[in-house]
Ligand binder design. Sequence first.
Ligand code: SDX
Length: 389
Amino acid sequence: DPGIATYDPGFVNTSSCRSSITYIDGDKGILEYRGYPIEQLAEHSTFLEVAYLLLHGELPTQTQLDEWVHDVTYHTFLHENCKQFIEGFRYDAHPMVMLMASVSALSTFYPEAGDISDPEVRQAQITRLIAKIPTLGAFVFRHQQGKPYVYPDNRLSYTENFLAMLFRMSEPTYQADPRLVQALEVLFILHADHEQNCSTNAVRSVGSSQVDPYSAVAAGVGALYGPLHGGANEAVLRMLNRIKTTDNIPDFIDGVKAGKEKLMGFGHRVYKNYDPRAKIIKKACDDVFEVTGVNPLLKIAQELEKIALEDEYFVKRKLYPNVDFYSGLIYEALEFPPEMFTVLFAIGRTPGWLAQWSELVQDKEQKIARPKQIYTGERTRDFIPMSER
Ligand code: SDX
């Protein structure tokens, strides 16, 4: 349709935009961060090393990585007022809403953050956001659970520290099983970026107005919350719990075919073949279940996948498991409640959002977001007095 925007550098967020961060081939199931295949990064890298790669374009030297880890580690604390802000929410407020509001509120503690033309100011906010978002995620979880906050323990690694802030009670230190820490690291790596998905588009669109990065990332959190996007991992678990046993799968599949509901965790805007991340997560399930015992819902998920991969309805529509289909099973095995699953996705995606934001604000050719419109309404007509309506 000639009315639909084709590539135009003057219009951010229409049908395409320019980026050098993540490459996806949806037909071949390829995902690369700055040219490195996701399979190799998941196997050999750490989440903060991948965050450095996404932000700077190259894998760090040991000195660069040590400095980066040090900087992130020493910015994990929140201003004490953040606690009062979170305490203003009802106990049953959804963690994603509390996270979105808290990320936005962070900008009030760093008024200089709006000076995005200064590279040092940009880097300082990027470091703060990556460092503090796990603390915010843990604090909203503890608030929801009615438990006291656990402050960061900067002797721990990024992911160990997050788990300790979530689950530590009266023991002086929280010792997470290294296999579970590694599984969460891999999940964070797999979620770190995914080119121009809905929430990244929101970050770029809001960021194109030259607002501070906290406000842009808060917009990304809001988009990710939706059940068609990051909220799908929570929806998958609720779907599996609703199906309950493999005996109920045929009726459920009939309901999907009748258009009564979607098979959550299946399908993708870009991958019309298997999502490469789903393959890696499925393997991570085995590693986690060695520690926690097999999640009884795994059998239902595996049977659903088997049927969907053979059933004409799904094959014709190229519906394969995506990143959200198996991740929820791991999160549940790690004792996260379903409403925390998308918070975990947001923590993983934060480096990608910030890399994309940083790329956008430095690209002099990319202007403020203003997607083209195809007008389908009435054209010029005269006002009608009330007596004649
Ligand atoms: C993420 O973009 C990204 O990169 C996102 C993400 C990332 O890392 O940022 O990968 C993360 O959001 C993964 C997707 C998580 N969402 C879900 O699992 C929700 C369930 N999936 C669907 O809602 C859907 O598949 C989408 C939204 C993900 C993709 O939708 P598309 O590509 O626009 O597909 P479509 O809506 O055009 O559907 C094509 C057909 C339709 O049937 P017909 O109208 O042709 O008869 O497939 C059907 C749809 O009804 N369909 C499904 C389905 N997904 C699409 N039918 C049943 N179950 C599904 N899940």
